[in-house]
Design a binder for this molecule. Structure first.
Ligand code: PMP
Length: 312
């Protein structure tokens, strides 16, 4: 059913990574009934392993589950699964400076149903993989004018599995032309910036930082939220509003935020054949936010906001 009830998932177990069984007529395989999450575990200098705001991922999965007519795991079940997964793979969490452990929770419609509609069985799993530091090479984006990743009333604001393969065509075509990623526009007017394929966008003009407001079509990134909070602590003015695509041509800096990259400066954006270039490096707003955010994550900066959770 589509109730908001949390599910009492049966007690899970740790199993070696490998193939899993799935009913051929399951909701996920036939109709894409599923949501995903993504978060990281970091190793501090003193070897302690920390999670970054994992309760926000649990909350986002709940919102997504409700939209996709699935019962979510409780916050406790979500956190326990993550902690157990990281704990079991502790020795694979890279040393400080060498990367982190990426954790991927999945909530899937696993019950059989031939017709379109919610199934009666759900599977919640998490797996993890060590990842290196995000590549800090040049980042040249192109504004996508034909493919939209989200529509009003659609699933753009949740981490629905169906949101991703639908943008492969845009990403692949951009890469063929030599760009690193695409920037999507809003489907309603085609005039305002939304986000990149797996990250949120910020533009900087003077001391003001602007980012598109999450009004139903943009994924509310946890790094986005954290960057906004850090920016305020650092004394910057942050505006969450509609950001017309033309503002790309008047910005000093543009950066992307996401769990994988944390914060990544954009070198250039191309829109309708016109290219704008941006500042990057040590004396930028994005760099200051990056330093504080990664400082908290890796334990180099005191976590006054209580964002990190130690893995016991
Ligand atoms: N937008 C999209 C479409 C994404 O897939 C992601 C990655 N989860 C983000 C933004 C960034 O979100 P977060 O900071 O929570 O990783």
């Amino acid at each position: 059913n589509c109730s908001k009830e949390e599910n009492s998932f049966s007690k899970g177990s740790l199993v070696r990574f490998g193939n899993m069984e799935m009913n051929p007529s399951s909701g996920i395989l036939n109709y894409g009934q599923g949501v995903l999450e993504g978060l990281k575990a970091y190793r501090k200098e003193d070897e302690k392993i920390m999670l970054f705001r994992p309760e926000l991922n649990a909350m986002r999965m709940k919102v997504g589950a409700e939209r996709m007519c699935m019962p979510p795991p409780t916050t406790q079940q979500f956190l326990d699964a993550i902690k157990q997964t990281v704990h079991a793979n502790k020795r694979w969490v890279p040393p400080q400076g060498k990367g982190s452990m990426y954790i991927r929770p999945l909530l899937l419609g696993s019950g059989p149903r031939l017709g379109v509609g919610p199934t009666s069985e759900y599977t919640f799993i998490t797996y993890a993989s060590p990842v290196g530091n995000y590549h800090e090479g040049t980042l040249n984006l192109v504004v996508e004018e034909n493919i939209y990743r989200a529509t009003p009333g659609g699933t753009g604001c949740i981490k629905a599995i169906i949101n991703y393969a639908s943008i492969y065509k845009a990403i692949t075509e951009a890469k063929t032309k030599g760009f690193s990623d695409v920037l999507f526009l809003d489907a309603k007017t085609g005039k305002n910036l939304e986000e990149a394929s797996t990250s949120n966008i910020f533009i900087v003009k003077g001391n003001v930082i602007s980012t598109p407001a999450t009004d139903g079509t943009i994924l509310p990134g946890i790094t986005r939220k954290s960057a906004i909070e850090v920016a305020s602590v650092l004394g910057y003015k942050v505006e969450e509003r509609a950001v017309p695509v033309e503002e790309l041509f008047d910005a000093d800096e543009v950066f992307l935020t996401g769990t994988a990259m944390v914060i990544n400066h954009v070198d250039s954006v191309t829109y309708q054949g016109q290219r704008a270039e941006y500042k990057k490096g040590a004396d930028t707003v994005g760099h200051n936010i990056y330093e504080m955010l990664t400082g908290i994550q890796f334990g180099r900066v005191e976590d006054k906001l209580g964002w990190t959770v130690e893995l016991k």
